[in-house]
Design a binder for this molecule. Structure first.
Ligand SMILES: [Zn+2]
Length: 283
């Protein structure tokens, strides 16, 4: 079933589990991502960066995900990750995405509120969920350093004000994770997470999930994280398997057969993450 972010996360805070939001890097990997969720009987969020959305095309992407979602009774959400401008968001909403993220976190709080409200208004008219970000998650995205790679922790009192003022469905918080981190693991501020959880009532989102140890992921979920974003790890799995199969290939081998191991590698990573996040057999 094809559902919104609000719907897919609705029991997460109460039942203390998180739904994985896995980044699509190319169209080829999409069916294996849904297969992983089916194998684990788990809800799944498929998300794309604006760059990947442009590469595949919003309407093609949405058609593929909706078709695959229609054939199964697990819940599937298609989410646009880290959009910075209204037009990119409008295109996703108009093409049937069920969720979008507006990332105006680099702006001062009042401007972030203003920009986010504009998105919430448009999305609500189309039954689409909205995630927004407060504070600054470190690292790089699509090779671009965000805020010079530095982390600005989310302040709990700002989170309360922001949620009330904007009416968003989920909030991405900065507690020490970084995008694109995979060689080392992040040091997280669980104290900040707990403080934010205690004063808010909507699902909280952890970005940069690849850079968090499994032990810490479990701690984050028991402290109140509802959605965990995982992108880099899928790319690494796909490229590693593709390098191996393409490296051994003859030029007249079927490219389809060369891609199967890469897609399968993505499926296995997702199945494992679903176990860590505790979303198997959940609605
Ligand atoms: Zn992110």
């Amino acid at each position: 079933m094809y559902v919104t972010l609000k719907e897919i996360l609705k029991n997460t805070r109460r039942d203390k589990f998180a739904v994985g939001a896995f980044n699509i890097h190319c169209l080829e990997m999409v069916p294996s991502m849904i297969e992983a969720a089916k194998a684990k009987n788990s809800p799944i969020i498929l998300q794309v960066s604006p760059t990947t959305c442009k590469y595949i095309g919003a309407s093609l992407l949405s058609a593929v995900v909706k078709e695959l979602a229609k054939e199964t009774d697990i819940n599937v959400t298609l989410h646009l990750d880290h959009a910075k401008d209204f037009n990119t968001i409008k295109e996703a909403v108009d093409n049937g995405f069920s969720s979008v993220m507006i990332d105006a976190s680099a702006l001062p709080l009042e401007e972030n509120i203003k920009k986010t409200k504009e998105v919430v208004k448009y999305a609500a008219q189309h039954g689409v969920s909205v995630e927004a970000e407060l504070g600054t998650i470190g690292g790089t995205e699509e090779g671009v350093a965000l805020n010079n790679g530095k982390i600005k922790y989310t302040r709990p009192q700002d989170a309360v004000k922001f949620i009330e003022a904007t009416g968003i469905d989920a909030l991405a918080i900065a507690i020490g994770t970084s995008h694109g981190q995979y060689k080392s693991k992040a040091k997280l501020r669980f104290d900040i997470l707990k403080d934010i959880y205690n004063v808010t009532n909507i699902p909280l989102v952890l970005h940069g999930g690849t850079g968090v140890s499994e032990e810490d992921l479990k701690k984050c979920i028991s402290a109140g994280i509802s959605k965990v974003n995982i992108g880099t790890e899928l790319n690494i799995a796909w490229v590693t398997a593709a390098k191996e199969s393409f490296g051994k290939a003859k030029v007249n081998d079927s490219c389809r057969d060369l891609l199967i191991p890469a897609n399968y590698a993505v499926q296995k990573v997702i199945e494992h993450k679903i176990d860590v996040l505790g979303s198997s057999n959940r609605k």
